[in-house]
Design a protein around this ligand. Structure first.
Ligand code: BGC
Length: 738
């Protein structure tokens, strides 16, 4: 019987023509049949992921590589694949992978900007488009979404995730997984997703990349795990371990994380890959003695594939012989890898049509979606006297180092987006206005102010000034931490200089993180924060400035007055001495003030308590009025569903979309609970004067948390609920869970 299955399976694998006959053969059986043919060496080859292209064909022919990364050339991917399919003993296909983080060719806004849309549908569409383009070049596995909660904007990688809030992170993570993978992994346009970086990477001490983290188990479970659990439940095919250690244990060697939680508790059966040499880096951490030791620890902890440490391929044979790693562990890893390759249909369809990408990349509908996403991701932070939209201005001065910087506006982690295809704000605004163009500064770190006088003169001739400031792409992303978050170079001085012309000044900030822009806000009439908006950032911003589109983005991270406030997030626990809003600031402290005379509450003497802008904040060209939330059923059983509605009215002059946000507070818990937690949001579009009753239904089960006994439960008691336009607005209404 066994032999017959084996024969059928190998027949199916090797003769693609005959494959459909056996298409129903269960993948697990195919995997087992194939594994029974494999030598230990061939198994270790599958567990080895190597960076490169056609030059890896020799390794592929010998069965020494299971996956390649960093090659986006379909001809090269096919060449390696041919070596694997035609020359290797068992003809196991190679899996080509890539960091397709916010688009492949058509670049969407950075993930933090995408989170600001509060629109999972456009985020899913963006991921689908990324998959369609990347798979057309032969890439079937992306290292995205990044699900790391990040509460410290000094960390450069805040750009790559959804920001500080677990609920928003969950929604964005699910949307991306669905978009990348589509309905069925075997579809040639499906790209396996990779949840990363498991886990706690965003909590790096001081925002310094790769740094240690101290996260309690409860905090992991309540804050850092939820997006991974949700993405795992949504079917994410793979997971990447993180570089950091938590409480002394590097994630790549953490059995509790990778086996006890991920496999045993969550029942997830995908494939685990290390981050780039994160196994090897356990030596620098001081957790492993040498490369051989790293392989032993990583595989025994539950890692399946090694990205670029070469410890697995070099040492696992010895480790198995010595009995330090069991064959069962190796088989587990290889099973997970082969299962994915079968699910992706690589055995039947190993090659990519080398001409396909020409037809697919930058398709008009891809550009249109990227533009819509960029429109929705821009957050209006200030609009004094409604200077925006600039619908009446005829001549505008465009200035600033980010106005015509096609590479910089794409943002971090863009390997395949091409600057020639980027439309900058300068180019797009020229279609709308008579544009005077004076860059002022060449790049964001430029300190040369010698052309400022020219800029000011030009401002005098314009009806309005739009100044594009922010960060070059290289200033955010991996290993790009900053301790000072002010605008770099002389950008703040440029804004102050043009402000002297007495014309309406609009600042557009294109950046990878929340910058500390308080003094710049004071020097402009309006500010639009567009993050790094991608390929179509220019047309999106032009539409917003002109009033053809209305801003609807909301901040996915708290904006600070000063980097010294970091980490700062709205959903924190309370102190025993919360600041009551009557803080005495530095300049108001009497000389020789008594030690306790300032009231002894929790705030900074210089910046005060609050942030510059709270999580969820964002203005519109119109105004929205919220009614008092009405709770339909204020006493609930634990299996009940809370129904709360609020009347929302568009009280301004523009049709516009508001992101209505639902926050909850569990007032007393067996452990201290956050002061507020986002539990729902809806994008609601209203015409001027239109009123809508916005209804939320919140299952009480969603109020569960990991309590004192480390059980995931809803604790009965009093709760508060807010329905508002940001995390700091609205008044609470109570309800009770019995
Ligand atoms: C990053 C990962 C990335 C990997 C592969 C690492 O440096 O931390 O996020 O997927 O490289 O490029």
């Amino acid at each position: 019987m066994k032999k017959t299955i084996l024969f059928l399976v190998l027949g199916a694998i090797m003769s693609s023509g005959a494959f459909t006959t056996f298409a129903q053969t269960d993948i697990d059986q195919k995997v087992e049949a194939l594994m029974s043919q494999m030598t230990l060496r061939e198994k270790l080859g599958q567990m080895n992921q190597v960076s490169g292209g056609a030059e890896l064909s020799g390794m592929a022919a010998k069965g020494e590589v299971g996956s390649i990364l960093n090659c986006a050339d379909p001809a090269q991917i096919n060449a390696v694949q041919r070596a694997a399919m035609e020359k290797s003993r068992l003809r196991i296909p190679i899996l080509a992978s890539r960091d397709v983080i916010h688009g492949f060719r058509t670049i969407f806004p950075i993930p933090l900007g995408q989170a600001a849309t509060f629109d999972p549908a456009i985020v899913e569409k963006g991921a689908r488009i990324a998959a369609v383009e990347a798979t057309a070049s032969g890439i079937r596995w992306t290292f995205s979404p990044m699900l790391d909660i990040s509460r410290d904007p000094r960390w450069g990688r805040v750009a790559e995730g959804a920001g500080e809030d677990p609920y928003l992170d969950v929604q964005m993570g699910i949307a991306m997984v669905k978009g990348y993978q589509g309905e069925d992994l075997s579809d040639p346009t499906a790209m396996a997703a990779c949840m990363k970086h498991f886990v706690g990477y965003g909590a790096a001490e001081g925002g310094r990349d790769y740094n240690s983290t101290m996260i309690s188990e409860r905090s992991l479970r309540n804050t850092y795990f939820p997006a991974f659990k949700a993405a795992a439940d949504a079917g994410a095919a793979t997971l990447m371990t993180s570089f950091n250690e938590i409480d002394g244990v590097p994630s790549t060697g953490n059995k509790w994380l990778l086996k006890d939680v991920l496999r045993d508790e969550w029942g997830w059966n995908g494939m685990v890959v290390t981050d780039w040499n994160s196994a090897g880096e356990m030596i620098a951490h001081g957790f492993s003695r040498d490369l051989k030791h790293t392989a032993e620890q990583a595989v025994n902890a539950g890692v399946d594939m090694d990205m670029m440490s070469f410890g697995f391929i070099s040492h696992l044979e010895e480790l198995v012989a010595e009995g330090k790693v069991s064959e069962a562990e190796i088989d587990r890893a290889v099973r997970n890898i082969l299962k994915l390759k079968f699910e992706l249909g690589l055995f039947e369809n190993p090659y990519v049509d080398e001409k396909l990408s020409e037809k697919v990349d930058y398709a008009p509908e891809h550009l249109e979606a990227a533009k819509q996403c960029a429109v929705e991701s821009a957050v209006l932070l200030k609009n004094n006297k409604n200077v925006l939209p600039l619908d009446k201005a005829k001549t505008i001065l465009v200035t600033g180092p980010l106005a015509d910087a096609p590479y910089e506006q794409l943002g971090t982690w863009v390997f395949d987006g091409e600057r020639e295809h980027t439309v900058t704000p300068l180019a797009a605004l020229r279609n709308e206005y008579n544009v005077i163009w004076e860059p002022g500064l060449k790049y964001s770190r430029d300190n040369n102010t010698s052309s400022f006088a020219k800029v000011r003169k030009a401002a005098a001739k314009a009806d309005a000034v739009v100044v594009f400031v922010g960060e070059e792409s290289i200033l955010s992303g991996e290993a790009h931490s900053l301790s000072n978050l002010d605008l770099q170079g002389a950008q703040s001085e440029l804004i102050a200089e043009v402000a002297k012309a007495g014309k309406p000044i609009v600042a557009v900030v294109m950046a990878g993180r929340p910058l500390t822009i308080e003094r710049d806000l004071a020097n402009c009439d309006a500010m639009l924060y567009s993050f790094h908006p991608g390929t179509m950032g220019g047309p999106a911003i032009a539409d917003l400035l002109k009033g053809k589109a209305v801003p609807s983005g909301k901040l996915p991270m708290t904006f600070l007055r000063d980097a010294g406030q970091a980490p700062f997030y709205y959903n924190h626990n309370n102190t025993g001495r919360p600041c009551n809003g009557s803080e005495t600031l530095l300049n108001d402290i009497p000389i020789a003030a008594g030690q306790t005379s300032l009231g002894c509450t929790s705030y900074y003497l210089d910046t005060g308590y609050g942030p510059l802008f709270p999580f969820g904040y964002g203005l519109s060209y119109t105004t929205f009025k919220y009614g008092t939330p009405v709770v339909e059923n204020a006493e609930l059983e634990r299996d009940g569903v809370l129904r709360v509605s609020v009347e929302l009215k568009n009280t301004g002059k523009y049709e516009a979309t508001e992101v209505v946000q639902l926050y909850v507070q569990d007032k007393v818990g067996s452990v201290v609970r956050p002061v507020k937690e986002l539990k729902g949001f809806q994008r609601v579009t209203l015409a001027p004067g239109q009123v809508r009753n916005v209804m939320f239904e919140l299952p009480v089960s969603e109020l569960a948390f990991w309590n004192f006994d480390m059980e995931y439960v809803v604790e009965p008691g009093d709760f508060n609920i807010w329905v508002a336009g940001d995390s700091a607005s609205g008044s609470p209404v109570g309800f009770i869970v019995k």
